[in-house]
Design a protein around this ligand. Structure first.
Ligand code: DGY
Length: 437
């Protein structure tokens, strides 16, 4: 019997689930460990058919939290040399508050866990027991948000910084080119692993990796101390996607704490953070001329004025007012949404830097599409939301469960427009959510 798309997606998630560590890898070979935002999004897919695995995913992730509330971007549960740079390069043990039980990186990723808990609750058919589970984990997520506000916002603006492109999740975005131009790292001698699993055309260059490693070397030389990183890192950015994830998660934590009852002080604090963050986000990151949100380079004190799928993600976190939202959607449809393109390219298709084949430099990503779909619906842009959903399902149906997809429709004619890793977990997980919502 031919498998349905949903059955295929479940099969991918179940195959990528690792019983020895009770977590799910993003995909075989290319990403063989537990990644922070991948895990969160994966849990949303599991919640539709295996709540136990959804809960275990989050539990395992939060077990690796550091005592200061920090959650690492990769947790190296197992040993394998199929990935570079591994645990011995990152050396999380250098930080005095790192978790002695888990080897990890010393950088983080978009804080999705708060809204993921809320999504799991929404999907659950046994709300009472799911809420009990959430009660056992929610304070850890709150502590993670406290970590961000206390350690990643040196000017007390309500906006947190990231210090590495791998913290953004949009690792190879052309936006970072502006920062690479301010740096001149040494040419390191190392052996890439990603390009043995995936066509190098679809991955970052060697020179880009020199920059990535150099920032980590600076952080390591300072034992991953946040104050030192804020002072010295050549990469220090207020990222609209990252901050939107934090704001969306604040909103979810407030709702969940209200459902649980008690915790008045935490709710009060979350509301304070939320108010301040939303105001600063609109004041500082909205670019009136471009009609959408942009990144801000805190190190060099200037806006990075480019349109990307991150520019529209704030819709998901209820950040723009309706007027701004309308402007953003007009811009998105004009630049990203013509009939030759699948929604939504990860970088401005009208830019010279657009590359629809290369990691985060243009292809469509299912996680950003899922956020965009939900954001558009929240604001009542139902037709465009439906188009994002249909486009997402179509590209997966035609090509398979890839990590990213060409945004140009003409490239899909021979069904080879899926790039990066295959059998990719969050592509499967979020497809399941789209098929069932
Ligand atoms: C990679 O190795 O490209 C990872 O995405 C880093 O998080």
């Amino acid at each position: 019997m031919k498998k349905t798309l949903q059955q295929k997606a479940e099969h991918i998630l179940d195959s990528n689930f690792k019983t020895e560590g009770e977590f799910t890898i993003p995909c075989e070979n290319l990403y063989p460990f537990q990644w922070f935002w991948d895990s969160g999004l994966i849990a949303i897919g599991f919640a539709h058919y295996d709540m136990q695995k959804a809960e275990r995913e989050i539990k395992t992730l939060l077990k690796a939290q550091w005592s200061n509330g920090f959650i690492p971007h990769i947790i190296f549960h197992t040993e394998t040399d199929s990935y570079f740079p591994g645990a011995n390069f990152h050396r999380s043990d250098l930080h005095p508050e790192s978790n002695p039980k888990y080897k990890s990186t010393g950088m983080t990723q978009p804080p999705v866990t708060g809204f993921v808990l809320k999504e799991i609750y929404r999907i659950s058919e046994v709300k009472e027991s799911t809420l009990k589970f959430i009660e056992t984990q929610i304070d850890k997520v709150y502590d993670n948000h406290r970590y961000f506000y206390e350690n990643r916002d040196p000017q007390n603006e309500g906006l947190v910084y990231i210090y590495h492109n791998w913290e953004s999740g949009t690792d190879n975005s052309p936006i970072w080119d502006d920062i690479w131009e301010t740096m001149n790292p040494p040419e390191y001698d190392f052996e890439r692993r990603d390009t043995t699993h995936v066509d190098p055309e679809e991955r970052p260059s060697k020179r880009e990796y020199d920059h990535y490693l150099h920032i980590i070397e600076i952080a390591k030389a300072n034992n991953y101390n946040d104050e030192k990183i804020a002072e010295l890192s050549p990469f220090l950015v207020q990222d609209p996607l990252f901050n939107a994830m934090l704001i969306k998660s604040n909103e979810s934590l407030i709702e969940l704490y209200n459902l649980i009852g008690g915790n008045e002080n935490k709710i009060k604090q979350l509301k304070k953070w939320q108010q301040k963050s939303k105001t600063a986000f609109n004041d500082k990151l909205f670019d009136e001329e471009l009609g959408a949100y942009v990144h801000y380079d805190l190190r060099n004190e200037k806006a990075l004025r480019y349109l990307s799928s991150s520019s529209f993600a704030p819709l998901f976190a209820n950040i723009p007012d309706t007027e701004k939202a309308e402007t953003m959607v007009d811009v998105m449809m004009e630049k990203f949404g013509n009939e030759n393109q699948y929604l939504c390219a990860s970088f401005d298709p009208t830019s010279e830097r657009f590359n629809p084949k290369k990691y985060w430099r243009g292809p469509v990503w299912v996680n950003l599409n899922w956020m965009l779909y939900n954001g558009l619906k929240q604001y009542g842009f139902n037709d465009i939301a439906e188009r994002v959903k249909t486009d997402t399902i179509t590209i997966i149906e035609n090509n398979g469960f890839y990590e990213y997809f060409d945004s140009r429709k003409e490239m899909h004619k021979d069904n080879k427009a899926g790039y990066g890793g295959n059998n990719f977990s969050w592509t499967a997980a979020l497809l399941i959510d789209l098929l069932n919502e």
